[in-house]
Write a protein that binds this ligand. Sequence first.
Ligand code: ADP
Ligand code: MG
Length: 709
Amino acid sequence: MASGYFRKLTLRNTWLTLIIFAIPFLALLLLVDLKISRMIKNQINSQLAAAVQDNLKTIKLFIDDRLADLGSASQMPCLDFGCLPDQEKIFLNLIREKKWYDFIFIADPAGQIIKSYNRELKGDISSRDYFQASIKGYPHISDIFQSDITGTSVMVISQPLFNRNNEIIGVAGASINLEYLYGLISDLRLGRTSELFLLNDRGEILSPTKLGAFPFAEKAFSGEQNPHRGEKGVIVHRDYRGEEVLCAFQRLPGTSIYLASEMDLKEALLPVSNFNRLIVYFFLPSLVFLIIISNLYSRRVTGLIQKLTTNLSRALEECRERRQQLDRINRELEGKILESQRLAAELQLSEQYILHLIDSISLGLAGIDLEGRITRFNKHFASIFSLEEERKGDYLLTAVPALNEKDIEEAIRLTAEEAVPHHLTARKIDRGHGEEYLNLSFFPIVNGNNRLLGITLLVENVTEKEKLRTKLAEYEKLSALSQLALGAAHEINNPLLGISSFLEILQEETTDPRKKQQIEVVLENVYRISQTIRGLLDFARPTPPRFTRVNLNQVIEETLAFLAHQPIFKKVRIEQRLYPRLPPITADLNQIRQILTNIFINAAQAMPEGGVLSVSTAKVKFEDFVQVEIADTGIGMSPEDLKRIFDPFFTTKKTQGTGLGLSISLSYIKNHNGDIQVRSQPGKGTTVIITLPIHQKGRRPEGTEEVIN
Ligand code: ADP
Ligand code: MG
């Protein structure tokens, strides 16, 4: 910051401190000055007034004494002036004893001076105030005045003159010795310019003054108006010299004479100005001191502020730099956070991806650590062993009791020890609901440093496969058997054909009706054998599909007629409601026959204790379809079984069933673009509905298949 600013600041601070400190100081000084000046003035005033009063008392006492002297001398022992000469002694004594009087005179009632002592006087005083007062019986004190009779300044006191009868017979007057009077008021111990003098109410000086004024020569004031008025007062005015004076004055009682004590104002106020000077002497250095101190102080304060400001601005600068640094770091940090968030998200995604990957395979997968604890497993593993998520961290062999077997433990141990995969194929496991077969594979988990981290357990449920394998073996056996049966059927059929031909001829030739009857019975049985064998052949003979026009009602009747002789149909009552106008359909006769046979046999097998098998046909309204409904009153199925009946090799019949009937039927129906639906209620029965199209798109019937009974 500019140094000019701090110079200004210093100056301002100096002024401020000066004002702050100097104003109370000045005010105090002024107050003290005022108080003390007033006190001094009052003191001087009262000194002057006291001088006046003291002197006035003396003068009054003196004059009163003189009046009393004159009064006692004015008692005449005779009736008129006849005894005056005797009185003379008294008056003369008055004059001679002390130098108080200049002269004494006696006037007659007309105002003519008839006698005077110590001075020769003649004249008329009838107009004088003192005469007029005293002739009326009052003592009187005159002013000091210039007498035209004596030609000098006089002050006359007068008393009435009484005769023996106490009648006024004249006036006795005495002139006060003015020198003496003046002598009385000379003693004043005030200053150099102080004066004490008498003056009259016109302001004329009546007594000589210390500074050289002569009685009647000067007026006690300069200017128009006499400032000495009233009984007494303390005033300031200009005196005969033109000087400004402080004046205390008081009237001599009963006269128009004032006694005034004056002093030059300058001198009177000298103590005040001395004091003021003292104060100034004291004040000035203090002020200078204050200025210096406040300047120093201000400099110091400003210096401090300057230092502070510099430090502050440096600190601010540093702060700004730090802030910028911080901002930069923050930005970097933000970037890093975002980056790590992105990485975390990616990681999570990839972890999730791996989890989904593991879950997606239909093999059970579990990780085991080196101590045999489960680290992770997929959905399939959980479902195979009904394992809950919270079993993570448990020992595998305790969490999954089904796996707690010697060989499995051994396989885990070996995998860990040798770090090579181990497999247990089609391991039979018993989890309480039937036999199950699992392929168990143990793979070592090895990290980049070839360090073993744990073991992956891969579980494949091969129960179905295993069952299929067993079934297939059985099926192969059956197929061999059917080949055998086929051969046997041919072998039987040929001689049977010969037998029946022979019997027919024999019947023709026989005339005996009883024999004819017997041959008929044998023939019927032979036909039946032939029919059975034909059915067996039809079923077993694998023939390529051949689409022909087929009369469905007829196929049903024929198949049922063939089966009705089988032992399992012994207790079954067959009811047929075949729609007479059912249109012929385009189909492979053999496949249709096999479908029906399978379903009829299933129905019969479901009714081992007997029941009703009802078969009906119908044309689907407004559509190019026919329907066959086959219902039994058998044992029915559970919903779970119902879901699986079309699975190949699914059977509930143990050794009696192959589990192939419905699956083959379904494939045949699909061949015909048809549909099969099964409804079943356990204990009540089962209904199978087959829907078949009347026409096969793109297939023309090769002819009409005639069903041979
Ligand atoms: P199989 O008859 O050899 O067992 P299928 O494929 O013909 O094989 O039938 C499969 C299974 O469907 C049977 O084992 C049986 O449990 C069930 N099933 C089929 N038809 C019926 C029926 N009408 N009533 C009860 N269960 C039936
Ligand atoms: Mg069957």
